[in-house]
Design a protein around this ligand. Structure first.
Ligand SMILES: C[S@@+](CC[C@H](N)C(=O)[O-])C[C@H]1O[C@@H](n2cnc3c(N)ncnc32)[C@H](O)[C@@H]1O
Length: 218
């Protein structure tokens, strides 16, 4: 990791994404999480203060060590254990059907192989578990989407792998998850190319046979 991605980007991201608008949205999306929870892309731990008391344990993955001291401080202030694994969501180090909830906020824009990561999410969710997601992505407005495509290479560099133009609902559905609820709206105070939000809840598709679960050895 270079100077920008190690020191500058995490601080910028932490500052911008801890703003009041982001906090309100984090709080809303996380309020139904409980039991065994997995967060993909923990980042600097900005979601930690927003988890409700019904969470019994949080496990999290993120391949990048972003501001580890800040993450440790935030983790020390919650009432449940937090276990972080430095790995990508494409290969989750957890057993099939382990989690009541998986959380992804502003992360599906950045994961290199979202299809593989979401199939892993489906694998580790209990059959009655839920994915809670809050993501920015491709606009339905053709002009905005065209600008997102144009500016994506630049965003990729300044956002350390972030993409502006991913169709989040489609990625989730294609991975064998059924979307129960989807809200599409533009986030106030954020330029439209990066502020088109996808917020919702999905669960493992019970009828899908096209995405097999990993076989566990006993
Ligand atoms: C824009 S940040 C969002 C951080 C955090 N989710 C939040 O809401 O503040 C995107 C995060 O995705 C993480 N990430 C990148 N590749 C990943 C992967 N393959 N699996 C999981 N997380 C990944 C980055 O390290 C970064 O922490």
């Amino acid at each position: 990791m270079g100077l920008y991605s190690t020191y500058i980007f995490p601080r910028l991201m932490d500052r911008i994404m801890s703003g009041a608008g982001f906090q309100r949205l984090r709080n809303e999306v996380l309020k139904s999480a409980r039991g065994e929870v997995l967060e993909v892309g923990l980042g600097t731990g900005l979601n930690l203060p927003h988890y409700p008391t019904g969470v019994s344990r949080l496990r999290a993955v993120d391949p990048a060590p972003l501001l580890p001291n800040r993450v440790a401080k935030r983790a020390a202030n919650v009432s449940f254990p937090v276990e972080l694994s430095r790995t990508g969501a494409e290969q989750l180090p957890y057993e099939n059907r382990s989690f009541d909830y998986v959380v992804s906020t502003w992360t599906l824009c950045t994961i290199p192989d979202t299809g593989q990561a979401l199939r892993e999410v489906r694998r580790v969710l209990k059959p009655n578990g839920h994915l809670l997601f809050l993501e920015h992505g491709r606009s339905d407005d053709a002009r905005t989407a065209a600008w997102q495509d144009r500016l994506n290479p630049v965003q990729n560099v300044i956002g350390c792998g972030c993409n502006l133009n991913r169709r989040i609902d489609q990625l989730i559905s294609e991975a064998g998850l059924h979307i129960l609820q989807l809200d599409r709206f533009a986030m106030e105070g954020v330029p439209r190319i990066g502020g088109e939000l996808y917020r919702g809840i999905a669960r493992p598709n019970q009828t899908s046979v096209s995405v097999p679960l990993k076989t566990e050895s006993h």
